[in-house]
Design a protein around this ligand. Structure first.
Ligand code: ATP
Ligand code: MG
Length: 659
């Protein structure tokens, strides 16, 4: 990006918080004042929301940047914070998890139940030879044992590495090898789209290439036949159910490694992001309290992510449980057995806080407004979004059709690397704009800068960076300090040359609007350079989605002899557009003109293709680099993190026939 990003989209709609919500909000404007007055003391106060076995005196040690230490002389136990202290406060009979299996089976798990099972699992893991500092891989469906496994590791100081249960044997073995894990916790399978899908065969294949693995601990979920390796494989119900429920949580240093998690792999080979204990839990816990305004006594919270992603770590397991929340956990897909499943679950459990992803919201838009309209969603009071920029039209649809036009939408920007939310409206404070993540949370120093490292003025665009360390920041890339420094800290120089400032480069483009609010513009790698103007994929995609016939769009810059790069758009239409119209030239022309009208002629796509699907990662993010390969007639790059590889055949064959 030689220039700053063009700032094309303008949005004037703005929605202040409902007065009642604002009046009772957990966090008010005062938090910004406190953080401004003393940033470190602000975070220390949030850390003190946790139970410390040994209180910390030191807040931040930044003497060896970019390797941060937070609360380093303190000691705590993450599982104790998520379980024991709620029980000690007399809340053991409170429901922690309303679990809903895809086939319709359910389980209700109280904090006392969860504490008991986690203690048993901690004892069982210890008996299997796992000790503090060992790595444990977790490859599970969305069943309560997944959370139990994570908490049991945390309880004994083992570092978990959760690998999404949809990944291949190659992906799993690569991650096991990289982390040098000793044990894998898995299940025979899980339910997905109405049928049992197997996990154990993938583990067997992966582990055959992983000499470090000593034990495979298997939960029985689907009762499928499984191959069994005696001496290595152990049934969960044999060793966990019979283990003692007595387990005293030991304190660990605040900087003890809590987990490794590999990034989604949207742009490159996944990186093993390392998170530690005290700072991570501080920010995961406080943001849950602040951004979701979570009231543990009255709210029912539901995050629809998979525990294989960072969202599942911070906002299913550690954030909600450390706050003593009651939450829903769902095993399956949103369309099984019908397309109203999410709304049915919300109605059934009276969910009051929902956290989901733009990819899901756009899918619901495509399926039609009439589906959520059939359910009672009046319990919802806050609705959140994470994972990609949310197009303003998708934001409006979410607010109107799910949030009954008054639930604040919190669009939360963060990354695997940041560990917890960083930029987001606060639901009781911020008058949010559709499509904007608004501003950094209290205590977070986010900025948008140009190539030279200067903050861009209102109206400008550039690189999103973080100027100060934050508690839940990644500590390194597992086993690769060099890649850690190169990837995140070298873009804008660091240390002495940069005036001793270490600037974290997030890899995303952003703009600051005239009111100073932040808009995420997608990956810097995806920014298009058209006739000398830097144009963000996000803005062109949002312009396309604002057309009533479009549900979803992905845009790339393809090499062009006259303009340098030209905009090529791949679009999915809403369900009610007839096939002959979808494939006709008139619609493509109409959409090109619509973009030109919305954003200006510079952003008019050279080419618009109607496609049935878009290539996405397993966590639902659009993989533009593959579309760029298609648009430039190249063979496809790395597709290992792609959700469904047949999508690319569909797209390419459509192109060959000129459609
Ligand atoms: P990789 O780093 O391997 O390419 P990834 O970046 O997709 O994978 P994650 O850490 O899961 O892996 O995703 C973080 C990224 O998701 C952010 O850098 C940003 O691009 C995008 N993102 C997340 N939340 C938002 C949001 N609210 N608005 C805009 N973008 C978001
Ligand atoms: Mg990333």
């Amino acid at each position: 990006m030689s220039d700053t990003l063009a700032n094309l989209l303008s949005e004037t709609r703005q929605f202040p918080p409902p007065a009642e919500l604002a009046a009772a909000a957990n966090v008010t404007d005062a938090a910004f004042e406190e953080a401004k007055a003393d940033r470190l003391e602000f975070w220390a106060a949030q850390a003190r929301r946790l139970h410390w076995h040994r209180p910390f005196a030191e807040i931040l040690d930044w003497s060896n940047p970019p390797f941060a230490k937070w609360f380093a002389d303190g000691q705590l136990n993450v599982a104790y914070n998520c379980l024991d202290r709620h029980i000690e406060a007399g809340r053991g009979s409170k429901v922690a998890i309303h679990w809903e299996g895809e086939p319709g089976d359910t389980r209700t798990i109280t904090y006392a139940d969860l504490h008991r099972t986690v203690s048993q699992a901690a004892n069982a893991l210890t008996d299997l030879g796992v000790t503090a500092g060992d790595r444990v891989a977790i490859y599970m469906p969305m069943i309560p044992e997944a959370a139990v496994a994570m908490l049991a590791c945390a309880r004994i100081g083992a570092t978990h590495s959760v690998v999404f249960g949809g990944f291949s044997a190659d992906a799993l073995s690569g991650r096991i090898q990289d982390a040098d894990a000793k044990v894998v916790i898995t299940a025979d399978g899980g339910y997905r789209r109405g049928k049992p899908s197997a996990l154990k065969p993938t583990v067997d294949e992966a582990v055959s290439r992983c000499p470090s693995i000593e034990k495979v601990l298997v939960v029985r979920r689907t009762e499928q036949e499984v191959d069994w390796t005696d001496g290595r494989d152990v049934w969960w119900h044999d060793v966990v159910d019979s283990a003692s429920p007595e387990h005293e949580a030991q304190p660990f240093d605040a900087e003890h490694p809590l987990f490794i998690l590999y990034t989604s792999g949207t742009t490159a080979k996944p990186k093993g992001i390392l998170h530690t204990t005290g700072g991570y839990l501080t920010q995961a816990s406080w943001t849950t309290h602040a951004v979701f305004d979570l009231k543990p006594d009255t709210d029912v919270y539901w995050c629809t992510a998979d525990i294989g992603w960072v969202t599942g770590h911070s906002y299913i397991v550690y954030g909600p449980l450390s706050n003593g929340a009651t939450q829903v956990m769902y095993e399956g897909t949103p369309d099984t057995p019908h397309r109203g499943r999410f709304w049915e679950i919300i109605e059934k459990y009276k969910v009051s806080i929902l956290y989901t992803a733009p990819t899901a919201i756009r899918t619901f838009m495509k399926w039609g407004d009439d589906i959520p309209a059939k359910f009672d969603l009046s319990s919802l009071r806050i609705i959140g979004s994470v994972g990609e920029p949310i197009n303003p039209e998708a934001w409006m649809w979410y607010r109107e059709h799910i949030g009954h036009n008054n639930a604040p939408v919190v669009d939360t920007w963060w990354q695997t690397e940041t560990g917890a939310q960083m930029i987001s409206p606060l639901p009781g404070v911020t008058a949010a704009k559709p499509g904007s993540a608004m501003g950094p949370l209290p205590g977070i120093a986010a900025d948008v800068i140009d190539d030279g490292g200067n903050s861009v003025p209102p109206g400008g665009g550039g690189f999103l960076v973080l100027r100060e360390p934050w508690p839940s920041m990644l500590r390194t890339i597992w086993g690769d300090d060099k890649r850690f420094i190169e990837t995140y800290w070298s873009r804008f120089g660091a240390g002495a040359e940069a005036g001793d400032e270490w600037i974290y480069f997030a890899g995303d483009g952003a703009k600051r609007d005239d009111d100073g609010h932040l808009w995420l513009l997608g990956r810097v790698d995806d920014v298009m350079l058209v006739s000398g103007h830097n144009i963000s994929t996000t803005e062109v995609e949002s312009a396309l989605v604002s057309h009533p016939k479009v549900a979803e769009a992905a845009v790339v810059g393809a090499t062009d002899p006259t303009t340098g790069q030209a905009i090529v758009a791949f679009t999915i239409l809403r369900g009610d557009v007839p096939e002959d119209e979808a494939q006709g030239d008139a619609l493509a022309q109409e959409l090109r003109n619509h973009v030109a009208k919305t954003l200006g002629p510079i952003a008019k796509p050279r080419q618009i293709m109607v496609v049935p699907e878009l290539p996405k990662t397993r966590s639902g993010k659009i993989m533009r680099r593959l579309l760029k390969d298609v648009a430039e007639n190249r063979s496809l790059g790395d597709v290992t993190t792609l959700q469904d590889s047949s999508v690319m055949d569909l797209i390419s064959s459509g192109l060959k026939t000129g459609k």
